[in-house]
Design a protein around this ligand. Structure first.
Ligand SMILES: Cc1ncc(COP(=O)(O)O)c(C=O)c1O
Length: 340
């Protein structure tokens, strides 16, 4: 058993109570619209997110790709922040299925309304048509940063002024809500569609939901089918998501405290600059050491991290990492990291 597996919050295993909820789920064929547990999850998500309807999908990637298909036409340009998951970590799916290209607003993942407007192409047939703006909250690649609500409101107003649609990649919107105290409905309000994941901080084994107007969700259902995401007795999976929504949201604050603790325990160490943990992710910028080599040495001592750059590692706290494990992990890292 590793001392501490900090590679990702997707590594959690379903708890015994979650497994019991899955085993006892009432199911039917969801492609026929007859799975009561999936329907219950979709209704719960729509209500929580303050949208008319929601659709259960197998993954966050599919949720994002469906959003691109719903809001754009082939040849369009989509405005995203640097390192946006839908542009950088979805295997080029945006180009393959929706046929879109991406323009980057600002630097580092978060951006301002002015930077969004700068990224737009002039309205002329020479250029791709800008049609969609995507905000990622929290922003994964930048270290789980929360997108400030005041800036989101300014971006939304500017986007509306240009006739653009807005999609929120809220894979970790639950973390943004836990960190800010704003409800997920408040955070999702400026957007036409929102994608949320159950398989990250909430600890479910599978699944995401895309929410929006009834018309968006009707279109999304067709695209889900086209992408092969129609699932049959999916209530077994939806039951885990419902359980996670009920029982694992409150505790996200613990993950945030653990991440802050890790950042604090490493902040005095020579050779590393840990990011301030806004939520459950800490980026470790190494002064001189090779990140892959350090990750290998740490793994030999039971501490698992993701390599995110030549001199950068990522640590993510989650349901299956206790404060004690984080302290033990920090001790191992302190013994391996050095300034030269
Ligand atoms: C911000 C963000 N969006 C979308 C996804 C995709 O989710 P999935 O792995 O379920 O496809 C991830 C996965 O880590 C993510 O971090």
């Amino acid at each position: 058993m590793p001392v501490c597996d900090l590679r990702s919050d997707t590594l959690t295993r379903p708890t015994p109570a979650m497994r019991a909820a899955m085993a006892n789920a009432d199911v039917g064929d969801d492609v026929y619209g007859e799975d009561p547990t999936v329907r219950a999850l979709e209704e719960r998500c729509a209500a929580l997110l303050g949208k008319e309807a929601a659709l259960f999908v197998p993954s966050g990637t599919m949720g994002n790709q469906i959003a691109l298909l719903v809001h754009t036409r082939p040849g369009d340009e989509v405005i995203v922040g640097e390192g946006a998951h839908c542009a950088f970590f979805e295997s080029g799916a945006g180009a393959a299925w929706a046929g879109v290209q991406f323009a980057i607003a600002g630097r580092g993942g978060l951006y301002t309304a002015e930077q969004m407007l700068e990224a737009l192409k002039p309205r002329s047939f020479h250029y791709p048509r800008s049609s969609l703006v995507v905000v990622e909250n929290t922003h994964n690649r930048s270290g789980g940063r929360v997108f400030p609500s005041t800036e989101v409101a300014r971006i939304a107003e500017a986007a509306r002024g240009q006739g653009l649609s807005l999609h929120l990649d809220g894979a970790r919107l639950w973390n943004a809500s836990a960190a800010t105290g704003a409800s997920v409905a408040q955070l999702a309000a400026p957007f036409d569609t929102v994608n949320v994941c159950f398989s990250k901080g909430l600890g479910a084994p599978v699944g995401s939901a895309i929410a929006g107007t009834r018309d968006h969700v009707l279109a999304a259902r067709r695209f889900r089918k086209m992408l092969g995401g129609g699932m049959r007795q999916a209530g077994i999976l939806a039951a885990a998501a419902l359980y996670a929504l009920e029982h694992h949201r409150e505790r996200l604050a613990e993950d945030h405290r653990s991440a802050a603790l890790l950042s604090e325990l490493l902040s005095g160490a020579p050779g590393v600059a840990p990011s301030r943990a806004e939520t459950n992710i800490v980026m470790l910028d190494l002064q001189t050491q090779d990140a892959a080599e350090l990750a290998r040495s740490a793994a030999e001592r039971g501490v698992l991290l993701n390599v995110t750059g030549k001199r950068q590692l990522r640590a993510v706290t989650h349901l299956d990492v206790s404060e004690t494990q984080v302290r033990a992990g920090a001790d191992v890292l302190r013994s391996l990291i050095h300034a030269s």
